[in-house]
Design a protein around this ligand. Structure first.
Ligand code: BDP
Length: 337
């Protein structure tokens, strides 16, 4: 198109737009397009990322394109610490983060970060889907230091230890191994109690640290172990399942407060749907990831109940140190069947 016809078309477009708004066809709000920036440490296609991408499509359809989500996957905006900081100042709107690094910001959330606090994954799911889950989201939102709105939970299965040195077949095999943990003192203490040497480090630094031997291993759920390609540099995966940590979708409070009540309600509604959708995606992905790592020759070690019990008993010092302040909540969690 030459310049003159471009200008002519532009002129027609502007005139039509003006006519439409004069006639009241296009309400004022419809003209304020807003692209919500979202981020996740995981790549496109990962369950948590896909759930938010789908949420963006729904938002776009429901608002005729006025609201949309631009996803920045794969740590494009930094690790989780950076993501939280950017959301707090409104530099991005939506972040999907583990409850792990949220604990130091909103202490009550740490109850979900305690080792073996949930009996198993279905127990955790019931807790986050029920009143305790709602309360914790509300606490996160109400906490003045969080500067975040808690939108919904996401599933992340159970975390297990992997390493490059040796198959861990009993708790004693963990002795002396340098194991990367998420940035939260509870996790470092947990690994130390299990006999390893816990080292706090961002997820964004982990692949290199494993490759260069800065750490001998780490711990995570099968999809993260597989998708982060950690299985290529740490070939022994032992299903310790010592932590079952849900993940959380947060919205920048600074940005949230500028939105209309109607838009907030829409985002809340689609978040709740995202929580359900992510669970289905998660269950599928977990199976696929286990298949992938097994095909790659990874030795996946399971434990008899008697050995699992040794892991549970070993974390008692962590419960002695942190458990008392969550005692009431823990009782309520245990009562969920
Ligand atoms: C993954 C979580 C991600 C964490 C990561 C980690 O999905 O949010 O950043 O673990 O270990 O399972 O840091």
């Amino acid at each position: 198109m030459d310049r003159r016809s471009f200008v002519r078309r532009l002129g027609v477009g502007v005139a039509l737009g003006m006519a439409a708004s004069i006639a009241g066809v296009v309400p004022a709000a419809a003209q304020q397009k807003q692209v919500l920036k979202a981020t996740d440490v995981h790549p496109l296609g990962y369950p948590t990322v896909e759930a938010v991408v789908r949420m963006g499509k729904k938002l776009e359809a429901a608002t005729n394109g006025r609201l949309s989500i631009q996803m920045y996957p794969s740590m494009q905006l930094g690790g989780e610490k950076e993501m939280i900081e950017q959301a707090q100042v409104g530099a991005l709107q939506i972040a999907r983060i583990s409850v792990g690094p949220m604990g130091p910001i909103v202490d009550e959330l740490n109850v979900f970060n305690m080792p073996f606090v949930f009996r198993d994954v279905p127990h955790m799911q019931k807790v986050i889907d029920g009143p305790i889950g709602d309360e914790m989201l509300a606490k996160l939102t109400a906490s003045p230091q969080s500067k975040l709105v808690g939108l919904c939970w996401m599933d992340a299965g159970a975390r297990s230890v992997y390493n490059s040195k040796r198959p861990i077949k009993s708790i004693d095999d963990l002795k002396g191994l340098k194991v990367r943990m998420m940035g939260n003192p509870i996790f470092v203490d947990t690994m130390n109690a299990l006999g390893g040497n816990g080292i706090a480090m961002g997820f964004d630094q982990l692949y290199n640290a494993l490759q260069t031997g800065v750490v001998d291993g780490a711990e995570n759920n099968p999809p993260s172990y597989e998708s982060g390609k950690h299985f290529q540099v740490a070939k022994y995966y032992s299903l310790t399942e010592h932590l079952i940590i849900p993940e959380i979708l947060v919205f920048s409070k600074a940005s949230w407060d500028k939105m209309s009540k109607e838009d907030q309600a829409l985002i809340t509604k689609f978040s709740k749907e995202a929580q359900k959708e992510e669970r289905t995606l998660w269950e599928e992905r977990e199976k696929q990831s286990m298949d992938t790592i097994k095909k790659a020759g990874i030795e996946v070690i399971t434990f008899p109940a008697s050995e699992k019990k040794k892991f549970q008993d070993a974390v008692k010092p962590v419960w002695d140190k942190y458990g008392a302040k969550y005692a009431d909540l823990v009782k309520r969690i245990q009562a969920v069947n």
